[in-house]
Design a binder for this molecule. Sequence first.
Ligand SMILES: NC(=O)c1ccc[n+]([C@@H]2O[C@H](COP(=O)([O-])OP(=O)(O)OC[C@H]3O[C@@H](n4cnc5c(N)ncnc54)[C@H](O)[C@@H]3O)[C@@H](O)[C@H]2O)c1
Length: 251
Amino acid sequence: MADRLDGKTAVVTGASSGIGRASATRLAAEGANVVLGDIDAERGREVVSEIEADGGDATFVAVDVTDADDVRSMVETARETYGGLDIAHNNAGIEGDNDPLPEQSRENWDRVLGINLTGVWLAMKHELPALMEGDGGAIINTSSIAGLAADGSEPYVASKHGVVGLTKSAAVRYAEEGVRVNAVCPGVVRTPMVERSLEANPGAVEAITAEQPLGRMAEPEEIASAVAWLASEDASFVNGHALPVDGGKLA
Ligand SMILES: NC(=O)c1ccc[n+]([C@@H]2O[C@H](COP(=O)([O-])OP(=O)(O)OC[C@H]3O[C@@H](n4cnc5c(N)ncnc54)[C@H](O)[C@@H]3O)[C@@H](O)[C@H]2O)c1
């Protein structure tokens, strides 16, 4: 599998941390050139250095996924640096606040939907023409088990259901252009996002672990493995799918 993505170019958003970091690292390990986009430039550049130290090729671009110019420049970087685009992992996301609905702020709603849903739409808007310019390719959007069931606050669950809808709609429309569009729906993954909320809730680790059929959370690399498969020709007939990678939590 080491060269499964040889000669391909990928963009990954939210690539400085957690799932995006693991995905960028895995795609590069499988041979892809990777453009990492994130608002956290310091950690993003660290990930680039790690990928380069392992013999991979990667470039960091400061990207706020809610900003059209940033997203355009991420796709342009893939074109200019590596000659095109084949794979896009639209992954940046935030959890937002978990207040009872009547107490939720409009600001939180706009921020969660803006990053988690509009950010994915904006990325696809700029990635699709670049993918179609070449031989097509694969888009993988990070949804969540919260995109398939009520697992979290209303804004987060709505945003992640929206990502599944966006994925399915574009999958059907762009299949003939050679672009497959799928979503990964992780369960609970040990990333800084989850660690933040666990720190705020003593006892939560035990409670969450007890709910998992496999008796543990996922590691980010286990989500990255599914992303790399969906990006590859091994998944050549998988399109419009929302793939739970949840250890059986939704089963
Ligand atoms: N960790 C989990 O249990 C879990 C489960 C299901 C889905 N997810 C989803 O996976 C994705 C990654 O989450 P994670 O757990 O790795 O979180 P994380 O907080 O570790 O990483 C998220 C990354 O996104 C970046 N980011 C945030 N806002 C951004 C913006 N506006 N533009 C560009 N980058 C931005 C952050 O700087 C960070 O590097 C998210 O979409 C999240 O909703 C996570």
